[in-house]
Design a protein around this ligand. Structure first.
Ligand code: URA
Length: 196
């Protein structure tokens, strides 16, 4: 995802309205509503998932279904409050029908919204959850297995990759790896804070 940092930055409220009214791709025809994001826009952690699922599409908020409950538990085990310490957004702001994978053209249509969210929040650390977030932000085809455990960066913002919580619900044995990723992220964050 290549950010055009010279492009004008919309005010946060205007950005929210632009997402709400967006008709840039086919997903606008099947969504119930858009899902912009949730949390504290002054937060130092930015978590980025894939796309709204069924519950998110109904409620208009990210990560409110089963994957969201797991994410909440993992965040609180890390000592993070989901409403205070983090902002949570997705690569896509609309649900792909049947929760299918996002397509390349949908990601391309939607990416400017995420770029603008990141430019506003300017987080200390980005946690990319799952393949679509990681590959989109890092412009790579590499797998989560290849990307996790390393410190990457998106536009000079440190970025760590971990599994998507929905994947962890289906692959419980990998939960310990996700926990290692969160410990790595927490330690990295502490180091970055010390520096600032
Ligand atoms: N999965 C995501 O990637 N995002 C959500 O908001 C919900 C499920």
């Amino acid at each position: 995802m290549v950010a055009d940092t010279a492009a004008p930055l919309l005010e946060w409220d205007a950005l929210e309205r632009a997402v709400r009214d967006c008709r840039d791709c086919r997903l606008c025809q099947t969504r119930t509503q858009t899902v912009f994001g949730r949390g504290n826009k002054q937060a130092r952690w930015l978590l980025i998932g894939e796309a709204p699922g069924e519950q998110e599409d109904k409620q208009g908020l990210p990560f409110v279904g089963r994957a969201g409950q797991l994410l909440d538990n993992m965040l609180s085990a890390t000592g993070l409050d989901r409403d205070q310490d983090v902002y949570i957004a997705n690569v896509l702001k609309c649900r792909p029908p049947g929760n299918r994978n996002p397509s390349g053209d949908e990601i391309a249509s939607c990416q400017n919204y995420l770029i603008q969210q990141i430019r506003h929040i300017q987080p200390t650390l980005i946690l990319a959850l799952g393949r679509f977030a990681a590959q989109t932000l890092l412009q790579t085809e590499k797998s989560i297995g290849q990307l996790r455990g390393k410190l990457h960066s998106y536009q000079d913002i440190p970025l760590i990759v971990s599994y998507h919580p929905a994947y962890l619900l289906r692959n419980q044995p990998d939960k310990h790896k996700a926990w290692q990723d969160l410990v790595f992220a927490r330690n990295t964050f502490a180091r970055l804070q010390d520096r600032s």
